[in-house]
Ligand binder design. Structure first.
Ligand code: ADP
Length: 504
């Protein structure tokens, strides 16, 4: 028996508020197709209220407000949030699993990462106190200069459904650590745990307006947030199509954006690998979280001399993956997130077939699961580089395969994509790994693994995968701006208007 989904309202100015239009969006459990609750649907008027609340929160107690308080002050709240999340781990993991269909073990792992991320940014907030300014040496001794980092202000955070609470945390934790006030707009397909984050913030007494959570549809709630004149920065994770719209609307107000978008990441497997180890990383790299990860290494590029044997191994590994209700013990692959996503992935597979590709395994609903948006993990060969399946992001459990003969060809195939988020190389020859790493056009390169992610290291991509980096110290900088302070320290007048102009 699963736990009930809490019925929540929008979280604005530290209070639960019904959306002004009073609309709600039903939540479907993708494993059962049953409605398990609902979330409030915010519209632009609610966005206005949240932005006003965030703005007020930054101007409250001027001089001792959230932004100008010490990092240690803000760190106390971040640590309290981390602790509460830890205490509610099993409940949050269950809610996450029911909402987006990820196996319970994965969801539990996410919740651990969430609380670790809040703790990590608490450390970085404290670190800001240790280095309040950076001195800059100037070529003129009549001037003194230093640089301070300041919070950027009110930030709009728009996040996807594949890691609902974790993606929210990747933005909320550094934003709060930096001293910003935030409005989080999670995906309408999976928002439950972000509303629980709001509940946690209320419980730990986070000052009102510092975090506001608005659930709702993209065009109705996300778009007005992204284009709001009183939002100083937008950070977005989601599809490249939506990222492009957000960038367009932000550009009208010259608003800074950070975009973490799609991917079609390669995994290059050389002939010298341990076949089983490489097989496990290959299928983990693509089927973890059901392939619904922007960084999924969904293009396997394998040396032709081991291709037949390697494909045999990965098919064997793939067939062993336990597909079940995500709550079931040992589940390793749940349903995709929604009916829409299910249809989309099936269409990709159908198109690949019609273009002449071969389905090596999967491609359909597992026989033992009659309900839910379940798909067998799918491996596709006989793929050409012009096929849609090779070029476009599927965001589902689909791996496509090509072979290579030499390093140059492997690099060319790997970089032959509009995206540049992740890439992986598997080989026992570390010198070769170094060469390939340098040649790959990607923001993240995994060597002899694929997908592990740590909140200390930067995350983000090149090309159409977006720009800017989240996580690590770079994630904190996303929410800060630099102020140069230059002081004239000479007793002499400046003298520009008092000839002779001999000072140079
Ligand atoms: P997907 O298609 O996989 O759901 P999206 O990029 O559409 O991915 O969604 C990611 C996030 O962007 C979600 O929170 C969604 O509501 C939001 N979103 C969608 N469209 C817009 C838009 N036009 N402006 C702002 N946010 C949007």
């Amino acid at each position: 028996m699963s736990i009930p989904v809490p019925s929540r309202q929008l979280f604005i100015d530290g209070e639960w508020r019904e959306p002004l239009l009073k609309n709600r969006i039903p939540i479907t459990n993708p494993a059962t197709e049953l409605i398990i609750g609902s979330i409030p649907a915010a519209t632009s008027e609610d966005v206005d209220l949240a932005v006003e609340a965030a703005r007020r929160a930054l101007s409250r107690n001027k001089g001792n407000d959230w932004a100008s308080a010490s990092g240690a002050h803000r760190a106390k709240y971040l640590r309290a949030i981390a602790l509460k999340i830890k205490e509610r781990k099993s409940e949050l993991a269950e809610l996450e699993s029911m909402d987006c269909g990820k196996p319970l073990d994965e969801a539990a792992w996410d919740i651990d990462d969430v609380s670790a991320c809040f703790d990590y940014y608490a450390d970085l907030a404290e670190g800001l106190d240790a280095k309040p300014k950076t001195h800059v040496s100037l070529p003129m001794e009549t001037f003194k200069c230093h640089v301070v980092k300041e919070p950027i202000g009110v930030v709009g955070l728009i996040t996807p459904w594949n890691y609902p609470l974790l993606m929210g945390t990747w933005k909320v934790a550094p934003a709060l650590a930096a001293g910003c006030a935030a409005i989080l707009k999670p995906s309408e397909l999976a928002s439950i745990t972000c509303l629980e984050l709001a509940a946690v913030c209320k419980e730990v007494g986070l000052p009102p307006g510092i975090l506001n959570v608005l659930t709702g549809f993209g065009p109705e709630a996300g778009a007005p947030l992204a284009s709001h004149p009183n939002v100083d920065k937008v950070a977005f994770t989601g599809s490249s199509a939506t990222g492009s719209k957000i960038m367009a609307s932000a550009s009208k107000l010259v608003k800074p954006v950070t975009l973490e978008l799609g991917g079609k990441s390669p995994i290059v497997v050389f002939e010298d690998v341990d076949l089983d180890k490489a097989a496990e990383w290959t299928i983990f790299g693509c089927f973890w979280t059901n392939g619904q990860i922007c960084s999924a290494t969904s293009r396997l590029i394998v040396h032709e001399s081991i291709a037949a044997e390697f494909l045999d191994r990965i098919v064997k590994w793939t067939k062993k993956i336990k597909i079940s209700d995500p709550m079931e013990e040992g589940c390793r692959l749940g349903p995709v997130v929604s009916a829409g996503q299910y249809e989309k992935v099936l269409k990709f597979i159908e198109t690949a077939k019609s273009e002449g590709a071969t389905i090596l395994c999967g491609g359909t609903r597992p026989e033992h699961l009659k309900k839910g948006y379940f798909l067998e993990p799918t491996i596709i060969t006989d793929v050409s580089t012009s096929m849609q399946i090779w070029r476009e992001e599927v965001f589902g459990p689909v791996l496509c395969v090509k072979t290579f003969r030499n390093e140059d060809e492997a690099i060319e195939l790997a970089n032959d994509t509009q995206y540049g988020l992740g890439a992986a190389v598997i080989s026992k020859d570390l010198e070769r790994c170094n060469r390939i790493t340098k040649a790959l056009n990607a923001g993240i390169v995994w060597v002899n693994c694929s997908q592990p992610c740590f909140c200390q290291a930067p995350w983000g991509g090149n090309k159409r995968s977006g720009f800017g980096r989240e996580l690590g110290e770079w994630g904190l900088e996303n929410y800060m701006t630099l102020k140069q302070v230059t002081e004239y320290i000479s007793d002499e007048p400046w003298g520009w208007y008092q000839p002779p102009l001999s000072k140079y």
